[in-house]
Design a binder for this molecule. Structure first.
Ligand code: IMP
Length: 421
């Protein structure tokens, strides 16, 4: 699969195994860029005996590619530096990592407010990763944010911290009843981070544009997944940025006509972390079985992921929202344990009607019941060429969606992938 400007987007609720697909496509590309999200994303990449878990830096860094954190991202300076240290200590250079000066900084008060607000919501909580993502994007929209470029000038940085903290401490103390943050300690910690981050700050829109003009191959990597998109996802159980492919252009600062391909990544089943409706969530012991076989625990939070059967209604919606031109279906090997595989082909709505298209109204989605077709399993390990029933499963998905499945993942390691076209 060649890659001029290719977007790789999660087609479900995140954790689809995008890291592995990015890692694969990165081998033939020059730049790997993230366009939204922050350290709420977690990528696991297995190379030989080494497992890398990275959250903030694009996963292309492992393949030694130019790595870009775009303007649409939010950056936690401490997480970023911890990752830099971890990668460098394992022999992976971060010299070619570039962070947009327009990206916003996740400050300690964003993390404190995310945690306090979730606690306060109690049963109604979103189940966020508690990494400060929502409060940081909220401040960006409020025009109160502190940006990566503010790290370049100690005086401006100090001033912005002072102004913001004066207000945030009122919130922390009076609204959430938690300890306020201490200005001097926080300012000096950030100044230390600033000194180390300065060399990474760049005009990343210009950098990516120059690369595309020079005929270099660029991968634009989405964080989270389509159903967590702020506008089109399962609001309010979503993240606070636009995860869909169109935002790759905005989030990096290039024109939408520069994007040639959109690769949707979907698991051969579905997982979801956090709260919110999930029509195909598996009832009974099979859910635990899928979780164990698929090691479905969060990369960032370690939380158990909820597991469900493949949902073609939701996947059809992801194809539409992103303009997906081909799919990568990951973790097919996890389904090898089952003799029969239910696949959701339609939803039954509360008025008794059945729909192939994702409901536009939240209440319809909340009450949607899955209508399954059962396809035969293969009950043998996947290694090399796919057995007939596994091919049948993949072709079932292709027929239902009218999109080719170009790649099939059959295990965690880099080489456990079957290219179909
Ligand atoms: P936030 O992005 O931390 O604000 O969390 C909002 C919602 O998005 C929660 O349901 C999280 O579990 C979910 N979420 C955020 N990042 C990821 C991810 O990388 N994978 C899966 N779910 C995520």
């Amino acid at each position: 699969m060649d890659v001029p400007a290719t977007v790789i987007v999660g087609a479900q609720w995140g954790d689809e195994g995008k890291g592995k697909i990015v890692d694969l496509l990165a081998q033939d590309s020059d730049l790997v860029c993230r366009y939204q999200g922050g350290p709420n994303a977690g990528h696991t990449i297995v190379v030989g005996d080494e497992t890398y878990k990275i959250r903030q830096i694009p996963s292309g860094v492992i393949a030694g590619k130019t790595s870009v954190i775009g303007a649409g991202c939010v950056v936690d300076p401490q997480v970023f530096l911890a990752e830099v240290d971890e990668l460098e200590s394992r022999g992976i250079s971060t010299a070619d990592v570039h962070v947009s000066g327009e990206a916003h900084l996740i400050m300690p008060w964003h993390v404190a407010i995310d945690q306090a607000s979730e606690r306060r919501l109690g049963k109604l909580q979103i189940g966020t990763t508690r990494r400060g993502i929502g409060p940081c994007y909220a401040d960006k929209a409020m025009r109160l944010g502190i940006r990566v470029q503010d790290l370049l000038d100690p005086k401006i940085l100090r001033q912005k911290i002072e102004v913001a903290l004066a207000e945030k401490n009122v919130w922390l103390e009076r609204v959430y009843g938690v300890e306020p943050l201490e200005l001097e300690e926080l300012a000096s910690r950030l100044e230390e981070c600033a000194q180390r981050i300065r060399p990474y700050v760049a005009d990343t829109s210009l950098l990516v544009d120059g690369a595309l003009r020079g005929g270099r191959e660029v991968v634009l990597e989405g964080g989270q997944g389509t159903l967590l998109d702020l506008d089109h996802g399962t609001y309010p159980f979503v993240t606070s940025s636009a995860t869909v492919a169109a935002n790759a252009a905005t989030g990096i600062g290039i024109g939408p006509n520069r994007i040639d391909r959109v690769v949707g990544v979907a698991k051969a089943y579905v997982t979801r972390v956090g709260a919110g409706p999930f029509p195909t969530e598996i009832q009974g012991p099979a859910q635990e079985r899928v979780r164990e076989l698929g090691a479905e625990y969060g990369t960032v939070t370690g939380r158990e992921r909820r597991c469900g059967w493949l949902d073609l209604v939701a996947l059809r919606y992801a194809v539409r929202l992103n303009g997906i031109t081909s799919l990568a279906l990951t973790k097919l090997d996890v389904l090898s344990a089952f003799a029969e595989l239910p696949v959701c082909v339609r939803y039954r709505l509360r008025d008794g009607s059945e729909a192939e298209d994702f409901p536009a109204h939240q209440s319809d989605f909340h009450s949607a019941e899955p209508v399954y077709e059962t396809v035969p399993g293969w009950e043998e390990p996947l290694d090399g060429e796919l057995p007939e029933a596994a091919r049948g499963y993949v072709e079932f998905v292709e027929r239902a969606l009218g999109v080719d499945v170009a790649l099939v993942g059959t295990g965690a390691e880099r080489e456990r992938i079957v290219a179909r076209s």
